[in-house]
Every structure is written in C-alpha cells, then in structure tokens.
Design a protein around this ligand. Structure first.
Ligand code: HEM
Length: 407
C-alpha cells in the first residue's frame, strides 16, 4: 500500500457520505484491513466511532449481540445524536428477547417455502421490465430494475397488484435515494415526508380491511399482533417502514451491480448463460462482490479489547461488511467476480441474530432476475460513466445508462 493512501486514510472521515462517491474508495478499506484493523474515526461530520474492516472481526462483532448492541441505531447518520425513533422498538433496533419476539411476528412470511410461490410473478415483472428496456435500446438500468423489489415486498405484504405502481411511486418518493445530495435538499425532504405519510396511510387502510377479511399475508399478521398487544400502532408502522425500505434499495442496487459485474467480466456472463445450474452460486457472488449494504452499526455494552486496543462501553462500532467481502484473508482474488467461487461465505446479508430476514426473498429475486437476464439479454455496454451514490449505507449508482443487445 502506498504512502499516499496511508496519508489519505489519516484524513478521510468514513462518516462522510461523499467518500463513497469516489470510485476508488475501496483503497481506504484495503489499507485499514492491512494496517489498522480496529480504526478510530475521530469526530468529523459525526461523533467519533470505531471501524472494523476484516472479515473475521465483522462476523464476530455481528454475532456477539450481547457485547455489541443494535438497540440505539444500526447505521451511521444523524440519528446517532438526534435519537432514532426506532430505538428499542423496531426489529433492527432491538436485542435479545424483544428482538426474537418481533422477528417471530413475520418470520413465517419469509421462509424459503413461503417466498417460493412468488417466482412466477417475479419472473413476469422482471421479464416485462427487461423487454421494455430492450425495446428502448438505451436505458437507465437503475429504473429498469426498480419494480422487482417493490413487487416482491408488495406481494408478501398483501398489496393488490393493481396498486403496485402506486407503491413504487410512493416508496421511491419516500425512501427514494440514499444519496447525500438528495437527502440534504429541503424540497426533496418535504416531498419524501409527504409520500411517506401517504404510504403509511395506505398500508393502515389495507390493515383495516384485513381485520374484516384476514389473509395469509404480512398486513394481516401485523394487524393481529397489534390487536394482541404485541405491537403498538406505531410499532406496526415502524415494521412496515422497515420492510418497505429494507428490501428495496438493497435488492435494486444488487441487481444493477450484478449487470455491471457481468459487463466487466463478460466470460462469467457467457458461463452463466450456458449453465444455469450456476445460478445459486452466481447470486452468492453478486451479493459478495456488489455488497449492496455497506455497513451496520453497533454500540459496545462493555469495555472490550481488540487488536491491542480498547473499545469502551458506550462507543459505536461500524461493521464494514462490504470490506469484509473483499478481505484477502477470507477470499482468494477478492476483486475478481467469479460465479463459481467456492466456498463463498459472504457477509452481505449480515450475520448473527439480525441476519437479513428477507434473505430467501432477496436471493430468489436475484436468481430470477439473473435467469431472465440470461434468457433475454446477450450482452450490454455502458453508455455513459456511472456516478456512485454518495452514501455509506448502500453500494449503488445514481444511474447506470446501458445499451442492451437481445439474446
Ligand atoms: C440484496 C438484498 C439485501 C441485502 C444486501 C440485505 C442486507 C441486510 C443486512 C446486512 C441486514 C443486517 C442488518 C443488521 O445487522 O443490523 C439485513 C437485515 C434485514 N433485512 Fe435485508 N437485505 C436485503 C434484502 C432484503 C429484503 C428483500 C427484505 C424484505 C423485506 C429485507 C429485510 C430485512 C429485515 C427486516 C432485516 C432486519 C432483521 C433483524 O434485525 O432481525 N432485506 N439485511
């Protein structure tokens, strides 16, 4: 590692979203893995925090939820000092028994068996989006794949199909972009707040309807949990927020990143087109290589030593699993996209008690998407240099203009 990266790391503030708009931001993390595996990020745009960047440390911190709590908040950002409304109440922001209790309310809707039934819908949704993109020739692929995650979660929630476009419109406006530029624009913030209220009112309305005629869907489960006192009305709304948000941008940017990886490694695309038995390992490799979620945050509950340094009780620790997924100690040639990689125990979906609840859904969505992409698209070319999202939360692009050639 060069001196210049070492010098730059001393000044870079990993809480600053703009760092991640730099296409070469992986270099900081490579340096930290090699030279400063427990790194203190001094106060900058946020109060100071520790960073772990190696695979082994990221997995260990996430698994030990007794020492490293999620109850405050689970990502870097303003909510660290202004307070997070989900603290101690939302699934991602609870530990121990309360966390298990909350997870149990919706668990059944996310089993591999429960989501398997969605496959035909998902195939038709992504198939139509790809057909339209092929017809147009050149498209922004971030838009092309937008409906897939929304349709998936809408189906599980129990939102009628005719309302999926409305849900897409409202979720895009409410949670739209994780990009810093958008998040700090006052106009964008107001429109987002309005769309967010409309979205929750819409879901509340459907929950009311389910009370009269229950179905096997998440809205019915949340309504029942509310009636039995397991959830407050606000708790049910926080749950909805989490489900609508958690599976949206992550899967969307996973699909976009997958296309870019296949463009960069065309022999891997041809391999997958020739042998679909590789779909599952291709999905795992997409998750590892793209790592749509960059980090999670934990708070130390007690003093603990790591790499000869002391994390004190009350200090925050950022777990950079996107760095863990490129750790040379855990993966051979980590910067190579290899759909036959074995083993591939990536951390893209987290680890430990908060392991992604939507993991089966996310992997099904990506498998169906890759399969349809191989069926319909022979190759693609980037039409304009893509701009990365300025955020430490999601690995993704503001836009990705591509030209698709049909199979
Ligand atoms: C490629 C897509 C996805 C990625 C990369 C991803 C990543 C993650 C990660 C890293 C966590 C751990 C958070 C933590 O430890 O604090 C997580 C948790 C979670 N994910 Fe996903 N996710 C994806 C798709 C989905 C989908 C489709 C859903 C469905 C709604 C979903 C719902 C959730 C929920 C509810 C949690 C919280 C689990 C808990 O706290 O117990 N995710 N996800």
């Amino acid at each position: 590692m060069t001196e210049s990266v070492a010098a730059a790391v001393d000044h870079v503030d990993l809480a600053d979203p703009r760092v991640f708009a730099d296409p070469d931001h992986h270099r900081y993390f490579r340096h930290l893995r090699d030279h400063d595996p427990l790194h203190w990020n001094p106060a900058g745009v946020e109060p100071g925090f520790w960073s772990v960047t190696r695979y082994e440390d990221c997995a260990a911190v996430q698994k030990d939820s007794v020492t490293f709590s999620s109850a405050g908040t689970n990502v870097l950002g303003q909510q660290r000092w202004t307070g997070d409304e989900g603290s101690g109440r939302m699934l991602t922001h609870t530990d121990g028994e309360r966390h298990t209790e909350l997870r149990r309310i919706v668990n059944q809707s996310f089993t591999p068996r429960a989501v398997a039934g969605l496959e035909p819908y998902l195939r038709s949704v992504i198939g139509q989006s790809l057909d339209q993109a092929l017809e147009e020739g050149e498209v922004d692929f971030v838009d092309t794949v937008a409906l897939l995650p929304v349709a998936s979660i809408a189906a599980l929630l129990g939102v009628p199909q005719e309302d999926w476009p409305l849900l897409l419109k409202l979720t895009s406006a409410a949670f739209g972009s994780a990009d810093q530029e958008v998040q700090t624009s006052p106009n964008a913030r107001v429109s987002a707040a309005v769309a967010h209220s409309q979205l929750l009112l819409y879901c509340q309305d459907l929950m009311e309807q389910r009370r009269a005629s229950p179905r096997d869907d998440i809205l019915t489960r949340l309504g029942e949990a509310q009636r039995s006192g397991q959830l407050s009305e606000e708790g049910a709304m926080l749950f909805l927020d989490l489900l609508l948000l958690g599976g949206n941008e992550t899967t969307r940017h996973g699909a976009v990143g997958a296309l870019l990886a296949l463009i960069e490694f065309p022999q891997q695309w041809q391999l997958l087109r020739a042998d679909r038995r590789l779909l599952n390992s291709a999905v795992a490799e997409v998750l590892r290589y793209v790592s749509p979620s960059k980090h999670v945050l934990r708070r130390a509950e007690r003093d603990i030593e790591l790499h000869g340094r002391r994390i004190s009780a009350g200090q925050d620790v950022a777990v950079w699993h996107f760095s863990a997924n490129r750790d040379e100690r855990a993966f051979t040639d980590p910067n190579v996209f290899d759909i036959e990689r074995k083993p591939n125990a990536h951390l893209a979906l987290g680890s430990g008690p908060h392991y992604c609840l939507g993991a089966s859904l996310a992997t099904l969505e990506l498998a169906v998407y890759l399969d349809e992409l191989c069926n319909k698209v022979a190759s693609a070319a980037v039409a304009a240099p893509p701009a990365l999202l300025a955020t430490s939360v999601i690995s993704g692009f503001k836009n990705l203009r591509v030209r698709l050639r049909s199979a």
